[in-house]
Design a protein around this ligand. Structure first.
Ligand code: C2E
Ligand code: CA
Ligand code: CA
Length: 458
């Protein structure tokens, strides 16, 4: 009898222990130990349920990735970082309505499933959330901004598994540059064509390393002409990707991608080396070399010592530095205003010419002309395109810009010269240099060399 009782007690204890363990386990599966909110698996389950039982378009999926968190992780302890994550979670949670859910999906990323509203309303909500999250900075002298990169997908396909829904929100998120400076978040909305673009980008990303090794990136040269004489005085190196399957790919299709993933730094240096090789060949063949400019992506400027590998290559081929020019675009001046004067002085120290590219295409600042020590101002082709009629305001703007730059001792190169009329106009306003289809399209190096060995007029 005693043995029976003992056996029953053991059995019941075992059952209780099993139930306890099961619940504890479930608890850890359902709850995120860091935030105390939904775990990602609970989020996925509930999201799947809510979406399946909704009308297409009813729900919107948002991914919010913290951009600067890795930095915070370095500054703060593990526990403190977790407290910050919990704080972010709880702040977002305040903005969640009925039948809306939130979870931390991975280290420092958050997923939100909310009822669909207009894009403006979503932006307004994000403004509020990100502002509130960053309000702790009010009391700090040294601000620690928490920045986000956000992607939004309005769920029209309710049969899609949550992982694919999240992928779409992430595709939208990756469309944009990560926020910098005083912008605390960037936000992209998913559009159908994004998927095709991403596929194309994946193909290019998979091919780029081999392409660089196989020398599939080609230098094309476009002459720049002295406006007063029409003679070719220098040239710009422009990249083309010659792919066996896809043919000739123009730079606009891969440069923005390469800038995002950082590969542009290697490509620019490769172009620079090809240009040095080309100049060396001309010199060795007894041709009169003309200076060549190479585009320098703003991605280089993140690194203080960015110019060292360029100088090394130039010295390797013994190229006189005055034959080399670097073109920096104006956007660099907004993104990294502090790095620019230093970059320009490094470029000058190495003996290269420095030009400000695409002036007028973005938020140009006349202030840049006064404060930055650039040698050449490249007026964006937009100016000539806009200035169609003789007395157009656009003409006045070009005229005044040329006048101003000249007074500041800066050489002016006008891009996109396509017609004789435009050339006559530029001549009238004493523009120094012109570049455009009227003189020549960018051509392969071999074609360019033939012209160089013949008459140097364009
Ligand atoms: P960009 O530096 O402003 O180069 C001038 C672009 O205008 C070139 O386009 C050129 O072909 C085009 N162009 C020249 N003349 C005319 C004209 O008369 N009319 C019109 N409508 N267009 C003209 P491309 O070669 O497609 O290059 C596009 C952009 O890609 C370049 O703009 C530059 O920002 C970037 N890029 C090209 N090669 C490189 C490179 O090696 N490195 C980096 N970082 N960027 C590059
Ligand atoms: Ca350029
Ligand atoms: Ca340009």
């Amino acid at each position: 009898y005693g043995g029976d009782v003992f056996g029953t007690v053991c059995f019941i204890t075992l059952i209780i222990a099993l139930i306890f363990l099961y619940q504890k386990n479930m608890f850890t599966i359902m709850v995120d130990p860091v935030t105390g909110g939904y775990s990602s698996s609970r989020f996925n389950q509930e999201a799947e349920y809510l979406i399946r039982h909704s009308v297409p378009g009813d729900y919107t999926f948002i991914v919010m990735n913290t951009v600067s968190f890795k930095l915070l992780n370095d500054i703060y302890s593990y526990d403190e970082s977790n407290r910050i994550l919990k704080y972010i979670h709880n702040t977002i949670l305040k903005y969640m309505g009925k039948c809306e859910i939130l979870a931390r999906s991975s280290a420092d990323d958050f997923n939100l499933l909310i009822r669909t509203t207009s894009e403006e309303a979503i932006i307004q909500k994000l403004d509020l959330i990100v502002d509130e999250i960053n309000r702790f900075n009010d009391e700090l002298t040294e601000k620690q901004w928490i920045m986000f990169s956000v992607g939004v997908y309005q769920i029209v396909d309710t049969a899609l598994p949550v992982i694919h829904i999240r992928d779409r929100a992430n595709i939208a998120r990756k469309k944009l540059k990560i926020p910098t400076g005083d912008i605390l978040y960037s936000c992209g909305f998913y559009e159908e064509e994004d998927r095709a673009r991403l596929q194309q980008e994946n193909i290019l990303t998979n091919k780029m390393e081999d392409a660089l090794k196989n020398q599939d990136f080609k230098v094309y040269l476009q002459p720049k002409a002295d406006i007063s004489t029409g003679r070719m005085i220098n040239a710009e190196a422009l990249v083309r990707w010659k792919d066996a399957d896809m043919g000739l790919i123009p730079p606009d299709e891969f440069i923005p991608l390469f800038e995002r993933i950082g590969f542009i730094r290697r490509l620019d240096l490769y172009m620079w080396e090809q240009v040095c090789i080309c100049l060396r060949r001309w010199m060795d063949a007894g041709l009169q070399p003309i200076p060549i400019s190479v585009n320098l992506s703003r991605m280089h400027l993140i690194n203080k010592d960015f110019l060292a590998p360029f100088v090394k290559v130039q010295k390797k081929y013994c190229i006189p530095p005055e034959l080399l020019e670097l073109e920096l675009t104006e956007t660099a001046f907004q993104d990294l205003p502090d790095a620019i004067p230093e970059a320009i002085s490094q470029i000058h120290l190495a003996g290269y010419t420095c030009s400000l590219d695409d002036f007028g295409s973005g938020y140009s600042s006349l202030n840049n002309l006064e404060t930055l020590d650039i040698d050449v101002l490249k007026l964006d082709c937009k100016f000539l395109r806009d200035a169609r009629t003789e007395n157009d305001k656009g003409h006045i703007v070009i005229e005044e810009l040329i006048h101003l730059a000249r007074r500041l001792g800066i050489t002016v190169c006008c891009e996109g010269v396509e017609t004789e009329n435009q050339l006559a106009f530029l001549r009238k306003c004493h523009c120094d240099i012109g570049q455009g289809y009227l003189f020549s399209k960018p051509v392969e190096v071999a074609v360019f060399e033939q012209r160089l060995s013949g008459d140097s007029s364009v």
